[in-house]
Design a protein around this ligand. Sequence first.
Ligand SMILES: CC(C)(COP(=O)(O)OP(=O)(O)OC[C@H]1O[C@@H](n2cnc3c(N)ncnc32)[C@H](O)[C@@H]1OP(=O)(O)O)[C@@H](O)C(=O)NCCC(=O)NCCS
Length: 189
Amino acid sequence: MEEIVLVGFGGHAKSVGDCIERGGKYHIVGYTDIKKTDSQYPYLGNDEKLQTIFESGVRNAAVVIGYMGKGNLRQRIYTNLKKIGFNLPVIIDPSAIISNSVVIGEGTFVGKGAIINAEAKIGKMVIINTDSLVEHECVVGNFSHVAVGAVLCGQVNVGEAAFIGANATVIQCREVKSNTIIPAGATIR
Ligand SMILES: CC(C)(COP(=O)(O)OP(=O)(O)OC[C@H]1O[C@@H](n2cnc3c(N)ncnc32)[C@H](O)[C@@H]1OP(=O)(O)O)[C@@H](O)C(=O)NCCC(=O)NCCS
């Protein structure tokens, strides 16, 4: 089994860690964060340890801090990990349903029960969270987050680092600009 390190540990990390374990492809060696936190995985130190972890032979990393529409922490961590040389595999929970024609970029996470339908294009480092629906031909830009239960109807075009809140719905063919925050439960018509 290949080894993987989790980077940044909060609530979202537990969800991603669980999906990685269910997938059975990677062994989680531990996590880095600014401090030790409530986790079942070994604490490996702060992000300055990542170089040493890479040199010890761990080649895969997953950025497991969440994104609620503000800040660029995930982008900064991603740039650092790439500079060191880590692979950022796509993490998909076994219960997700993904059309064969979907394209997904590196470091993207697809949670439990999520559905991504035909010809959707998902960028890198995206979060398609638990029970969300990304319909046919949608485009979701790098670093965006489709939160739990959110629905993107067909051909929606989401820019970069946008946040679509829990249970929000965006109707077909609409554009969500980069860095937009859509509140939980909102309907964009
Ligand atoms: C939209 C959001 C980001 C605003 O947060 P905030 O900046 O802290 O703003 P506040 O909570 O102070 O609310 C500001 C105003 O917006 C309203 N508002 C907040 N969230 C709203 C929502 N989801 N729908 C409708 N109105 C909302 C508040 O009632 C308040 O109105 P008021 O000024 O008339 O009193 C936040 O409420 C939200 O929806 N976050 C997403 C949570 C989520 O989806 N989590 C998923 C994790 S996977």
